[in-house]
Design a protein around this ligand. Structure first.
Ligand code: FAD
Ligand code: DLZ
Ligand code: SF4
Length: 505
């Protein structure tokens, strides 16, 4: 009897573990475009277009390679609209009682598909071996650690996979070159831009489909210039390694108006749906260092993001789900302001980052963390709404990576399980790392009053408000000592400015 092998929209790789089980002549490969996945949150139009176009290209590739592919299009008349119901329908039609699936990235999708056990289908789950640390290995590493830290996990991964190592010592005699990666941006253009791709006939068809079915979703659909095949993704990867990695380290934290991509790789789009795998990217970055093409701070900084942060975040997600999504350490209750959807705010840094997000379904890490995330933390926006926003607006957003970044990294909603202290800052940090403040309505040098940068008083107000929960944190000793030295009058101005600002949004 044939098996049915379900390939999900983020499993678009010829080496995906479920495909290795396929008997090409007998088994059916099922891929389905379903409205449930596009609308459980109203994803950015570019994200839907990316996933659906890449799915169609991948199914063509599998068909050309001789697999028996059943591809369900979004507007097929018989499409029942969800992954589970499509699996049931096709399994029945093809007389398959055995369904093979590589473990999904998201808990929600796993639960939905696992419920098929209650019908008369057998599900065989296979580990997703695109990750360099399996869920079991991570569980082993993390067990009994009260506060696991990324840096320790990263060192463990460097040693285990022998990446940027000289024997037992880290290359360059340091594990982490972050201190060299905080150059302030110079004004002017970033000479090398990320590689762009023209839509082909398949993508154009998808663009029309998305416009027709999801016109009320957030974001600009066009121009659509993202890679949708492995071949294109490899071109994007080589272009980044050859032309842009060299500056990645120095300007990793920098932000400039009208330069949404800086020297970032934009590879998360491709990594997260399977067009690229982490190991091949890391090998290329390491080679660029070994060939003398890039310095250690660029190679190490970049590799840490993928081998360290990405694997660590994924490990935490599966270790802490499902309860992790309910975390709310500060009991934050505020609604997400309307301007997160249209960028219509006088805070120039937010307006820049939101508009770029709307145009590109992309913002780089420091924009997500230190501008948008910092604002949500300081104003006490409820984690559920922040999570939903981040899941909607980025084309690389999948819950396994989005949720720990929001809950653990930006909101400290897990009480410090993932991060050792909240990533909170006043306007000075944004001013140091960007040119946003130069044209802002507010003055970054002013601490309180009508024209003062809201980040300034919001920062101190946040620390003041959460004294009980934060003041014993050793990493915050210095800031609490500064806060404790503030006079009554200053503190009362801070509290009152923060109160009226938060009320106003
Ligand atoms: P680069 O800066 O070029 O970094 C290279 C790669 O490292 C990325 O492609 C990514 O795969 C990985 N990486 C870097 N930082 C992280 C991180 N903190 N967690 C996991 N992987 C990381 N990343 C996503 O892929 N999807 C998300 O939904 C997502 N949501 C985020 C939400 C918040 C609040 C924050 C602070 C970060 C989020 N990130 C997310 C992490 C990071 O911002 C993006 O991976 C990065 O901006 C993608 O752009 P890039 O490919 O140009 O990355
Ligand atoms: C994000 C997405 C979208 C928009 N559409 C589909 C789809 O039609 N079919 C599909 O198989 N997957 C889609 N995905 C990806 C899933 O929502 C989900 O994020 C992954 O399967 C991770 O578990
Ligand atoms: Fe943002 Fe404050 Fe700078 Fe304005 S002054 S851009 S609000 S940090």
């Amino acid at each position: 009897m044939p098996s049915l092998i379900l390939i999900l929209g983020d499993q678009l790789n010829r080496n995906i573990s479920s495909l290795k089980k396929a008997n090409k002549h007998e088994d059916f490969i099922l891929m389905c475009e379903v409205s449930a996945e596009a609308t459980y949150v109203k994803h950015h139009k570019k994200k839907i277009a990316l996933v659906l176009s890449a799915m169609r290209h991948f199914s063509q590739e599998l068909t050309d390679a001789g697999y028996k592919v059943i591809y369900i299009k979004l507007d097929d008349k018989s499409n029942t609209g969800s992954l589970e119901s499509e699996v049931q329908r096709i399994a029945k039609a093809k007389k398959c009682s055995w369904v093979i699936i590589t473990h999904p990235g998201e808990y929600r999708v796993y639960e939905n598909l696992d419920s098929l056990k209650n019908s008369n289908l057998e599900i065989q789950w296979i580990e997703d071996d695109r990750f360099m640390c399996s869920r079991n290995e991570f569980a082993d590493w993390v067990k009994e650690k009260k506060q696991p830290r990324m840096e320790n996990f990263y060192r463990y991964m460097r040693q285990k996979h022998n990446i940027l190592m000289r024997g037992k010592q880290p290359e360059g005699k340091k594990w982490n070159f972050d201190k060299d990666n905080r150059k302030t941006p110079k004004n002017g253009e970033i000479p090398s831009k990320p590689r762009k791709f023209k839509p082909d006939a398949i993508t154009n068809e998808i663009l029309s489909l998305v416009e027709k079915n999801f016109s009320d979703h957030f974001g600009d659909l066009e121009p659509f210039e993202i890679a949708v095949t492995r071949k294109q993704a490899l071109i994007a990867l080589n272009h980044f390694i050859n032309e842009r990695l060299v500056n990645f380290g120095d300007y990793q934290d920098a932000m400039l108006e009208n330069e949404p991509f800086m020297y970032h790789s934009l590879l998360s789009f491709y990594l997260n749906i399977g067009l690229l795998v982490p190991n091949e990217i890391i090998v290329k970055a390491q080679q660029a260092y070994e060939n003398g093409h890039v310095a250690i701070n660029a190679a190490e900084g970049f590799i840490r993001q993928i081998l360290g942060w990405r694997e660590y975040i994924r490990g935490i997600y599966w270790h802490k789900m499902p309860n992790y999504s309910n975390s709310n350490f500060f009991n934050a209750k505020k609604q997400l302001p309307e301007f997160f959807w249209n960028g219509d705010t006088k805070l120039n840094c937010l307006s820049q980052c939101i508009n770029e997000t709307k145009n590109n379904a992309y913002a780089h890490h420091i924009q997500r963390l230190m501008v948008l995330g910092n604002f949500c933390l300081l104003t006490g926006i409820q984690p559920k709404q922040v999570n939903e926003w981040y899941l909607i607006v980025y084309a690389d957003a999948f819950e396994w990576v989005e949720l720990p970044n929001v809950v653990g990294m930006i909101l400290f909603a897990d009480g410090g399980y993932l991060a050792s202290k909240p990533y909170a800052s006043g306007g000075a940090y944004i001013n140091k790392m960007s040119n946003y403040c130069k044209t802002c309505h507010y003055k970054v040098s002013e601490k309180t009053g009508e024209k003062a940068c809201p980040f300034n008083y919001l920062y101190w107000n946040f620390l003041d408000k959460h004294r009980e929960k934060l003041s014993s944190n050793q990493r915050l000793t210095m800031v609490y000592s500064t806060l404790n030295k503030m006079g009554h009058e200053r503190l009362s101005d801070i509290r009152s400015d923060a109160k009226s600002f938060i009320r106003s949004i």
